[in-house]
Design a protein around this ligand. Structure first.
Ligand code: SF4
Length: 372
């Protein structure tokens, strides 16, 4: 019997989670009620141990990371989501817009030859035309032809489709020709109509987000999925969010990784309402995600929002990925995260090894791996 299984037996002794463990053992899907119970169960260690068992079966002791660069190409945004501290209106002092030349220069300036991914997301700028989006992707590829461009949330993809004046097929073909490799998972927030109306009513809601993700995946692009948690949502809405992603993944199979995003309230319209999530809640979110999302291969502990020390601990609660070096993130830093702006490769390796896992350098799509 492995140490993981022995430990789990001990933790679950006399616990009322035995039926959920039996379901997992039988390869049976957990249902909505199971999800709610896992969120509410008082014994976080038992919930975490269940998730760790699933994570260990899928990934052994491996923990993945990559060398990446975040470029948030503009903070100018048409919308005013209440949880957002990043967006600026045109003309504000803090408004900025990167040109394709800026994108080229930022990528060229990264000295690490293992840089394999640029992650580009931004606000919905009212004046950018269709060609701008293609040009920033082309600029990234010009700077480093082998870089993987992971760009545009479903909110941006929906906007690009709307302003393009072209067919859906043509837009995705143009993006592919420019060099787009995959899409990040942001913009879903919580896939619940009540939350959409309450905190981000101006931008696309749950149905449009899922429909846009379906379009992206049916056009052959892989993507990630996220959930912004820890603000005004209820436990049931988090479970529904996970169930909706799971249903779409059954249909399309294109989600690579699920990334829970811990909400930071500072400088947002929810600053007097939302509180910073706790390590307890963050670890629970990772564990429940691993247990509910049986068809999404990877669960990422995003250290920028979770802090490096909680992300490290999350590797024993169901997570198998720590994201990457990131290098230049603005969105969560504007909302007050206490995480540093970048984590050097050595620090990621130290965190992974320190938690007893084996660091593995990966590419964006989990097709090429290198032990460290
Ligand atoms: S979350 Fe995105 S869409 Fe909403 S205001 Fe901020 S930048 Fe704009």
């Amino acid at each position: 019997m492995s140490a993981v299984v022995e430990g789990l037996d001990r933790l679950l002794e006399g616990s009322d989670l035995a039926d959920i463990r039996d379901k997992i053992e039988r390869g049976e899907r957990l249902d909505f009620e199971d999800g709610v119970r896992l969120y509410r169960h008082p014994d976080l260690a038992a919930v975490g141990a269940l998730a760790h068992e699933v994570r260990t079966r899928k990934h052994g002791r491996k923990a993945y990371f990559n060398i990446n660069l975040h470029l948030d190409y503009t903070n100018v945004c048409l919308y005013s989501c209440k949880f957002c501290a990043f967006a600026a209106k045109p003309g504000e002092d803090r408004a900025y817009l990167m040109t394709p030349e800026d994108v080229h220069a930022r990528i060229s300036a990264v000295a690490d030859s293992d840089l394999s991914e640029v992650h580009m997301v931004a606000g919905i700028h009212p004046d950018l035309d269709y060609d701008y989006y293609l040009d920033i992707v082309r600029a990234a590829k010009r700077a480093k032809p082998d870089i993987h461009v992971k760009a545009f949330t479903m909110v941006e993809i929906d906007h690009i489709l709307k302003i393009s004046g072209k067919s859906e097929d043509r837009v995705f073909e143009d993006l592919r020709e420019a060099g787009l490799g995959s899409c990040p998972g942001g913009g879903a927030e919580i896939l619940a109509t009540r939350i959409h109306k309450a905190v981000f009513r101006e931008k696309i809601g749950p149905e449009e987000w899922l429909e846009t993700a379906r379009k992206v995946q049916t056009h052959g692009f892989k993507m990630n999925a996220t959930m912004l948690y820890g603000h005004v949502e209820r436990v049931e809405e988090r479970v529904e969010h996970l169930c909706r992603l799971r249903r779409l993944q059954d249909e399309t199979g294109g989600f690579m990784t699920f990334i829970p995003l811990a909400f930071w309230p500072y400088n947002t319209a929810l600053r007097n309402y939302g509180k910073v999530t706790t390590g307890w809640n963050d670890l629970r979110q990772i564990a429940v995600s691993r247990l509910m999302l049986d068809n999404i291969p990877n669960i990422k502990a995003y250290w920028v929002m979770m802090t490096p020390r909680v992300a490290q601990t999350a590797l024993s609660f169901g997570a198998n990925d720590l994201d990457g070096t990131v290098t230049e993130e603005r969105i969560t830093h504007d909302a007050g995260t206490s995480a540093p702006m970048l984590l050097p490769r050595d620090e990621l390796v130290r965190l992974i090894r320190g938690a007893g896992f084996e660091p593995v350098l990966r590419d964006t799509t989990y097709e090429s791996f290198r032990p460290v």
